[in-house]
Ligand binder design. Structure first.
Ligand code: GLN
Length: 374
């Protein structure tokens, strides 16, 4: 029997729907993602630690779940909100339904609510803490719980989700991508790259291997000296959850690497690079999450449609004299990329690995390889 569930937001707004996935209660920052596909990559992206993700696309679950589409080792989002949960997955790659997948991962979901209203509410009033519960508590009690929950600002979530031990990664993109008509033969390994794991998505590693990298993934707390002792050709700074300014010691570590070795950062890695340069980051009202964010490359004038998932951003004014802003978001003008040519370092706020999303920006992995080739 389907169980009644409630989604309560910290500002007092409540929604009633049906429980799916794990039964119980979950607390997190309620955010929305506008991608029309790739819900499994979204759920397993470690950048969603501590967040309840609302899918704005109405029908979710129609392709079920499979082991290959996982970006992290498990579901990292702490809750999921959908309009209509597909009752019957229909895809040759599906191994189980989304409902069963979330149950197995112990993550609660709510379906059957007006996600259009919720998304518009979050856009107007901002992302905020919320609770999903199917335990029969009154909506008022759940609002209270959401109100007293700690928000994202000041939270170091990256250190906790990072790998505990260094490991090497040598696998190119799996065949499932080549089926899309873009057959990529991985380049011969030419570069030794150290990748800082702040909560990385697996596909970033695949695409680094594709352009000729032998990747050593290291914990977020690894010192600059340890990294330089490996004599890498380049350092990669991955994505990750939480507040970039709270990641312990990361800004100082990256500052000690800049200028000594080529550096490429994505999302949290980009934000940490900005902090290392002396810039600032801030919490956005509701962030960018989806597969349809237009980004302009200010050097070429070209526009890329990009995949994104972030709630913090780099303050443009704080970069003056420290770095060149190379990309901006065409929806709201926020910083999407920066470069320090003298230091052979660049970073982007968006996701060139997509997963899910358009592949317009995949060339950035080649740009990193070129930078390392000198
Ligand atoms: N995908 C990411 O790396 C997200 C970075 C950071 N946690 C943010 O929300 O802005």
């Amino acid at each position: 029997m389907t169980k009644r569930a409630v989604l309560a937001l910290a500002d007092g707004t409540t929604f009633e729907g049906r429980a799916f996935g794990a039964v119980g209660e979950t607390v997190g920052e309620v955010v929305f993602n506008t991608t029309m596909y790739g819900y499994q990559e979204v759920l397993t992206d470690p950048s969603y630690v501590g967040q309840i993700v609302t899918m704005s696309y109405p029908e979710i679950g129609n392709v079920g779940a499979n082991p290959e589409d996982e970006e992290g080792a498990r579901v990292h989002a702490v809750g999921m909100v959908v309009r209509a949960l597909s009752a019957q997955p229909s895809n040759w790659r599906a191994k189980e339904s989304l409902d069963a997948y979330l149950k197995r991962n112990g993550v609660a979901g709510i379906e059957g609510i007006d996600t259009r209203r919720l998304v518009r509410h979050l856009r107007t009033h901002g992302a905020q803490m919320g609770v999903i519960s199917s335990e029969g508590l009154s909506p008022e009690a759940l609002v209270e719980r959401a109100r007293s929950a700690r928000g994202m600002e000041g939270l170091d979530l990256a250190t906790g989700v990072s790998t505990k031990e260094a490991y090497t990664f040598t696998q190119p993109s799996p065949d499932v991508f080549t089926g899309l008509g873009e057959v990529r033969v991985p380049a011969e390994p030419r570069f030794d790259v150290v990748a800082y794991d702040y909560g990385l998505k697996k596909s970033m590693l695949h695409f680094l291997v594709d352009v000729g990298c032998r990747v050593t993934v290291v914990p977020a707390t690894t010192t600059a000296e340890e990294v330089l002792a490996r004599k890498p050709n380049g350092v990669f700074l991955a994505n990750g959850p939480g507040d970039p300014a709270a990641v312990k010691g990361a800004d100082r570590t990256v500052a000690a690497l800049l200028g000594k070795v080529p550096v490429f950062g994505i999302c949290l890695g980009h934000q940490i690079m900005a902090l290392a340069l002396g810039g600032r980051t801030y919490k956005m009202k509701f962030g960018h999450r989806g597969g349809n964010q237009p980004v302009k490359d200010l050097t070429t004038g070209k526009v890329e449609i990009t995949a994104q998932n972030h709630g913090f951003a780099v303050d443009d004014a704080s970069l003056k004299g420290l770095a060149v802003v190379t990309h901006i978001n065409l929806n709201d003008g926020t910083v999407e990329g920066l470069a320090v040519p003298d230091a052979r370092a660049f970073s982007v706020q968006y996701h060139p690995e997509a997963s899910p999303g358009p592949h317009d920006a995949r060339y950035l992995f080649d740009r990193f390889a070129k930078l390392m080739a000198g």
